[in-house]
Design a protein around this ligand. Sequence first.
Ligand code: FE2
Length: 364
Amino acid sequence: MNEISYTIDGFNHCEFYVGNAKQTAFYYCSTMGFKPIAYCGLETGNRNKVSYVLNQNKINLLITSPLKNNTEIGAHIERHGDGIKDVAFTVDDSELAWKTSLNRGAKSAIEPKEIKDSNGVAVISAIKTFGDTTHSFIERKNYHGVFLPRYHNNENKFTYDETGLIHIDHIVGNQEEGDMKNVCEYYENVFGWHRFWTVDDKDITTKYSSLRSIVMANNNEKVKIPINEPAEGLKKSQIQEFIDFYGTAGIQHLAFSTKDIIKTVKKMRKNGVEFLPTPSSYYDELRKRIGDIDEDIEELKRLGILIDLDENGYMLQIFTKPLQDRPTLFFEIIQRKGSNSFGKGNFKALFESIEREQQKRGNL
Ligand code: FE2
């Protein structure tokens, strides 16, 4: 098996395949403060697809729609609804990353190719992972433009108001029941990653449903991908609801970090982002469970923000409702204050909140 001799330097971007890229991009700009920085489409000579590049600090989202029928993008939307096709990593050597992955058992999605424009050259390749999802390897050390070659500066006048999102903390993949271990082994074998954190169905269970999760991380731990699977409960797990509506395994949520979650969530709520409600009883025992924290608990309660702690500190987090009509993809906002874990203490409250929403959808 080939040694891992290339470096992953973090998430480069996530590509969404959606039915109407213009309106999706507008929504993420006007409600979450992403700035449209680049574009490709008919006006830039691309007659097959349109893509908007949205940026906020270190986060890049690529929002793509097909411009004609019978495309791979259209087939993806038909199969899954709007969702995330590609989780792209920034690497020092795209061809080496691709070759190493294939030698270690991965299947190719895109063979390495150079793309150029007047700002330099980038190399792109991709491999397949769970469901129809892919991982691109983006090498852009010799590229000096705003995103990638052949994307032009954006001329759309979408309004945006920064909400303080900084970087992608983690990206979660939902698997079908029984597949979690195989998918984790794929990340161990193909990428040489390690298990960062795990939680089993005894930790995360409500009266009705449960899940298992293993967080996979790369060497420098800049990339973390929790892998979930449903566990048997009295009623349908939210992971199974995702699988039913997405059709296969896929990306369940992106977690964005902020340095001031109160400010971020206030702005997003004002802009119309819907978050999962937290019952006020959650806050009753909080001071006992958490001790003293910097934030005003009444303020956290008003905004519905969850708090959890581990031996290193605490973290604050909140989850949006699904971002499209199907109960599939959503976002998490997270502020870490020492804690590196994934909110085990919050899972029960979170699940009960999700179950109330599932109930309304007739999917519990
Ligand atoms: Fe998360």
